[in-house]
Design a protein. Structure first.
Ligand SMILES: [Zn+2]
Length: 462
């Protein structure tokens, strides 16, 4: 709260509700002051003017929309009671009890085939390790709501992928109203590398669970996404890892790119990929170092305040619903990822059924004759991500195989004139950009990007 770099400097204001006006509302900006105070050793102080207009009202103020332990338990109970339609594809279990004996639950959503030819893919979602970051719970609830629904996306994902979701990893901290720490004062997202059953019972339970999945012959652990909220930056974005292996790094940035295509609030400038030693105890760093080397672990961040639409400086404050939409976008990105990587087949008929977006045409433009244009099929570019997966399985082959389907490319700059389904063989382009992955800070990364662009090379798309 006392930091100079804070969303209160970006016109964030506290929210308020009262007994007869139960909907959270933002206090107008003109009544809120965030200033450096000599009386507080030069720290920043938040003050605001508020008129308590009714004597018998109870007023509540908050930094962002609260999401309590009780609310989480109530939601999980309702989910459990309505899970019949999922026909065994939903399970709520006790992962661990906290130090004060509160529940840390784990949900399993997705079907487990009895004799699978291939390993079943597993996605792990962790939320609310930092108690004050309540938007994390809304994002988590949003993605659960989509996953347990009867939507086609949910049906497809449940048939092909198993989701392990831990909605509240720090129940004691949430119950006690801590901002960042657990009951014993630990920042749990800096304690994964030294977790003990006595001091961090929920962490050791997660490590045990994920290690068992990782060693299992039936499962392949693909993703761990740890959901947080940000007090200094706008929008949604990810923190990821850097790898010496260029192909591993390219695979690592695929999922954020897919998410970026789906989310209006995504802020690529806020993303950071590093191997900073101060973050060694975070879930992102710990699991990528201790589990299989195909796993992708991310810290997913969403702003405590709002986001800017692309090309605009207007800040749109998040609501409970727009936080949930972030969760739904995550799920859609997982579907795209598994379709792109061939885990979930794309049915051509399903794609052809998709309606084209309607374009508004004015009466005058309807009479205008369209200029004759020649459409040529775009060449396949090495950036098309299939190469990073195909190159693994066909490592000994000198060529790479691309499967083209009528589905449009996920990268919008590759347009084609609806080629028929076919398999063609092309040689990879000879030039790959050289990227120095030893750079660890965002500033270094941006400098390197600028330098590379100046040299006429493309470093990366984001
Ligand atoms: Zn956090």
């Amino acid at each position: 709260m006392s930091k100079g770099r804070n969303l209160f400097n970006a016109s964030m204001t506290p929210i308020v509700k009262s007994s007869t006006r139960p909907k959270w509302q933002r206090i107008p900006k003109r009544n809120v002051f965030y200033h450096k105070s000599p009386m507080h050793r030069g720290h920043f102080v938040l003050s605001f003017a508020f008129n308590f207009d009714r004597e018998d009202e109870v007023y509540q103020f908050a930094l962002t929309f609260p999401y309590s332990y009780t609310r989480c338990q109530g939601y999980l109970k309702v989910l459990e009671s309505r899970a019949e339609h999922l026909e065994g594809n939903f399970c709520r279990e006790l992962l661990a009890n906290s130090i004060q004996k509160r529940r840390a639950d784990v949900l399993t959503i997705g079907s487990v085939p009895k004799r699978a030819a291939e390993k079943r893919r597993v996605v792990v979602i962790i939320a609310r390790v930092h108690p004050g970051e309540s938007p994390s719970s809304f994002v988590c609830q949003g993605l659960i709501e989509l996953l347990v629904s009867s939507h086609a996306i949910a049906n497809t994902l449940r048939d092909n992928v198993v989701f392990k979701i831990i909605p509240m990893l720090n129940p004691d901290g949430v119950f006690l109203g801590n901002y960042r720490s657990s009951l014993m004062g630990f920042d749990l997202n800096r304690s994964w590398h030294r977790a003990s059953p006595f001091a961090h019972p929920t962490l050791t339970a997660v490590i045990e669970l994920l290690t068992a999945i990782d060693k299992s012959k039936d499962y392949q652990l693909d993703f761990i996404v740890d959901i947080h909220a940000q007090s200094t930056l706008l929008g949604s974005f990810v923190y990821g890892n850097t790898y010496d292996d260029v192909y591993r790094y390219e695979r690592h940035i695929v999922f954020p790119k897919l998410f970026a295509n789906l989310a209006d609030d995504y802020q690529p400038n806020n993303c950071m990929y590093n191997s900073d030693s101060s973050k060694i105890g975070s879930a992102r760093r710990f699991f990528c170092a201790n589990l299989n080397d195909k796993i992708n672990t991310y810290t997913f961040e969403v702003s405590l305040f709002g986001y800017k639409l692309k090309g605009s400086d207007t800040i749109i404050p998040y609501t409970e619903d727009s936080y949930k939409r972030c969760g739904r976008n995550l799920i859609k990105a997982f579907l795209e990822y598994y379709q792109v990587t061939g885990v979930i087949p794309i049915s051509p008929t399903q794609e052809l059924k998709k309606k084209r977006p309607r374009r508004h045409r004015s009466p005058s433009s309807s009479n205008r004759t369209r200029p004759n244009t020649t459409r040529i099929q775009a060449p396949i570019h090495y950036k098309d991500i299939n190469i990073y997966y195909e190159s693994e399985s066909d490592a000994d082959e000198p060529t790479f195989r691309y499967k083209l389907s009528p589905r449009k490319s996920i990268f919008r700059d590759h347009r084609s004139s609806s080629p028929p389904p076919q398999t063609i063989v092309v040689l990879p382009e000879p030039s790959l950009s050289i990227i120095d992955f030893n750079i660890i800070t965002k500033a270094d990364f941006e400098n390197a990007t600028r330098k590379s662009q100046k040299d006429g090379k493309v470093l990366n798309e984001t």
